[in-house]
Design a protein around this ligand. Structure first.
Ligand code: MN3
Length: 201
């Protein structure tokens, strides 16, 4: 069974002005689709053809560079669309908010650490909030790697992530990755992040 592109849970323009419609269209319809097409090509007719996306991601490092890049790309983007929302509450609440406060000192201190993780990722990659051994931690990965992968430097279960590839922000923000990260916080779906958190715990 070939992998297919999941529909966005909102309209392309829904995240304006924080993330523009053209970027969303190209990012979802071209970039994400390309990871899926290349993943399908890489596994067609091989023993990996019947495996789940999660299984491919977890073993990515031992399968092939094509599967690592494209299963990672498919997983990461599917995850990313879901943790964005046009009706963000702006901040976490409940247990997640409490644990962010306990772990990082404050919500602002957490955001600063997460932004730094995205800003210092040289070239292309992702910044993550993960659950590792039951605890919250900020990390980042290069390219389309993610913390579920066997090759990840810091392994854990992602509950929030941001794409810091230039294709995620260049049309609107050009080289200003920090401005894009600032806007990202206005469109985080904290209900979805809390759902990931309770499952990961
Ligand atoms: Mn991307």
């Amino acid at each position: 069974m070939a992998f297919t592109l999941p529909a966005l849970p909102y309209a392309f323009e829904a995240l304006e002005p924080n993330i523009d419609a053209t970027t969303m269209q190209i990012h979802h319809g071209k970039h994400h689709q390309a990871y899926i097409d290349n993943l399908n090509k890489a596994i067609a007719g091989t023993p990996n053809g019947g495996k789940s996306l999660e299984e491919l991601v977890q073993k990515a490092g031992s399968i092939s560079p094509a599967v690592r890049n494209n299963a990672g790309g498919h997983w990461n983007h599917s995850f990313f669309w879901e943790i964005l929302s046009p009706t963000s509450s702006g901040a976490p609440s409940g247990k997640l908010a409490d644990d962010i406060h306990t772990t990082f000192g404050s919500f602002d201190a957490f955001k600063e650490k997460f932004n730094a993780s995205g800003l210092t990722r040289f070239g292309s990659g992702w910044a993550w909030l993960i659950v590792k051994d039951g605890k919250l931690e900020v990390s980042s990965t290069p390219n389309q790697d993610n913390p579920l992968m066997d090759v990840a430097e810091v392994k854990g279960t992602p509950i929030l992530g941001v794409d810091v590839w230039e294709h995620a922000y260049y049309l609107k923000y050009q080289n200003k990755r920090a401005d894009y990260l600032g806007a990202f916080w206005k469109v985080v779906n904290w209900d979805k992040v809390a759902e990931h958190y309770s499952k990961a715990k």
